[in-house]
Design a protein around this ligand. Structure first.
Ligand SMILES: Nc1ncnc2c1ncn2[C@@H]1O[C@H](COP(=O)(O)OP(=O)(O)OP(=O)(O)O)[C@@H](O)[C@H]1O
Ligand SMILES: [Mg+2]
Length: 236
């Protein structure tokens, strides 16, 4: 379980809280969608969860561990796909995947997963090429594959569908479903409300750094579509 308890963060040189008293609980097997306007605090929250940013108050527990008490134990359980696929350009695709698998202490079992996911996303024949020769979408696929190959208990993705072609979008959704059926927690931000609505069993909506609605998707959106709900909340 991921338990985000009352976290707040103000960036250096800023006077406003980027996120303000955010609390979200994610249980094993949840596909948890995170929506809200540009600048609302989604990426900031995700970066706090994965340990890229510190937070000023509150605490985050991943299966009972915190980043402060057990940073390695905590980070070993998670994978993060950022909103920008910046990957070491001088490495080849396979060198990058090997590097990530080694960081996470994987043995030879990594090879099967690298094969499975790079074949699925259609870049297996490109793995010998340097990342600098990859298109934006190919880099994004490589980053997604690197997140999948070490069997994370928590998969955090920041706008994962931006830039992916329709087949890769479909395949990623299928993989996400497969993982959550095995008990993996998935927490992702997205502006694609149709996908979030159909796909996530739970959602949180954030506005100006504060969570304004959260829980089961059906309960949060009520009888409306998520898009209608969103327009009601933000069309002022
Ligand atoms: N590195 C930073 N330094 C200072 N302020 C930041 C930084 N990153 C984000 N912010 C500010 O924090 C607030 C939340 O930004 P964040 O990136 O979390 O929003 P978001 O919900 O991910 O938006 P988007 O949908 O555009 O990706 C915004 O006011 C933003 O200007
Ligand atoms: Mg963002």
């Amino acid at each position: 379980m991921l338990s985000i308890k009352n976290i707040s963060k103000t960036y250096k040189k800023s006077t406003v809280k980027a996120i303000d008293d955010v609390s979200i609980d994610i249980e094993d097997g949840d596909i948890y969608g995170f929506v809200g306007p540009n600048g609302a605090g989604k990426s900031t929250t995700l970066k706090c969860v994965v340990g890229i940013h510190s937070y000023d108050s509150g605490e985050i527990y991943l299966n009972g561990k915190t980043l402060k008490d057990d940073p390695i134990g905590y980070k070993k359980m998670l994978a993060y796909v950022p909103d920008n696929p910046d990957i070491y350009e001088h490495l080849t695709g396979i060198q990058y995947l090997d590097f990530i698998a080694n960081v996470f202490g994987m043995g030879e079992e990594k090879n099967e997963l690298i094969h499975k996911y790079s074949a699925l996303f259609g870049i297996e024949d490109k793995l010998a090429n340097p990342v600098k020769s990859y298109s934006h979408g190919m880099r994004q696929k490589l980053q997604i594959i690197s997140a999948l190959i070490h069997n994370p208990k928590l998969l955090v993705l920041d706008e994962p569908f931006v830039g992916l072609d329709p087949k890769a979008t479909f395949d990623l959704k299928e993989v996400m479903k497969e993982l959550c059926a095995q008990g993996t927690m998935i927490f992702f931000s997205s502006h694609v409300l149709e996908v979030v609505e159909k796909f996530c069993n739970k959602i949180a909506i954030i506005k100006d750094g504060k969570i304004i609605a959260q829980g089961l998707t059906e309960e949060v959106k009520g009888d409306e579509s998520l898009e209608q709900k969103f327009m009601e909340l933000f069309n002022d």
